[in-house]
Design a protein around this ligand. Sequence first.
Ligand SMILES: [Fe+2]
Ligand SMILES: [Fe+2]
Length: 285
Amino acid sequence: MRLEVPVMTQADAVPPAKKTIPKVRRPPAGADPGALPRHWFGGVALFTHVSNGVNLLFPAGERFFVRSVRHFEARLDDPRLRAEVRAFYGQEGSHTKAHEDVIERLREQGYEVDRFLRFYEWLAYGVIERLSTPALRLAATAAAEHFTAIMAEDALERRVLDAAHPAMRELLLWHAAEEIEHRAVAFDVLAQVAPGYLTRMGGLAYATVTLAGFWALGTAMLLRQEEAPLRELLAAAKAARGDDDRQIARDVFWAGIKDYARPGFHPDHRGNAGLAQAYLASAGA
Ligand SMILES: [Fe+2]
Ligand SMILES: [Fe+2]
């Protein structure tokens, strides 16, 4: 069953008077990827594999986020932030499991994803993570959490998932709402343990390069496994977009990078909490 999400803008979204501790929930019942068709995003291979590409990064990426925050947990003395951190572990843990189920579905559909996953996990976590300092890893996590929150905001505000199969729409909207709920946790830990602007910007560069690089690679790897040639897949995506000329790279990511680079930036200033609350209320969560 499709969840009715009210159309809201950031201006409509009233942030709560007092931020609540994120809540760990199970994925919605309809978010089971077991019956997902191959081209689950509007029947368009390109849209599907752009989404599948980031899905491949989530499980190992979210485990990295948890490791990066956990490294500093003993140094946190604010009981509220400690409670938020524990809720953050719980939410990321259930996202990991849900996205692993989607990856399993890709295997069932005949996609060869394990060579890519081995390479990604070796380079991102066996090499880059080991060469980085704990503060830089935490800063990369805070920046990556900003990216997940702005993607979440876009999904909830602009209803970009309306054309997606209901199982993926529900899974991604649930994940989106929880990403908005815990959007400031890693940032607040970073502000306590390594508050320097240069560390924050180093983390932004780390997260931007690794996310963009591995996402593009994963998407390309999946597209290469389609029978149709790339130019046909691109033409089909162009036709499906019609006269929509919005560019996610520019309008979501580049705008988000500029926002995050402001010295006074804080994730709570984006005023997107109401979007998550409206979705969670509509989902009965
Ligand atoms: Fe997550
Ligand atoms: Fe997250």
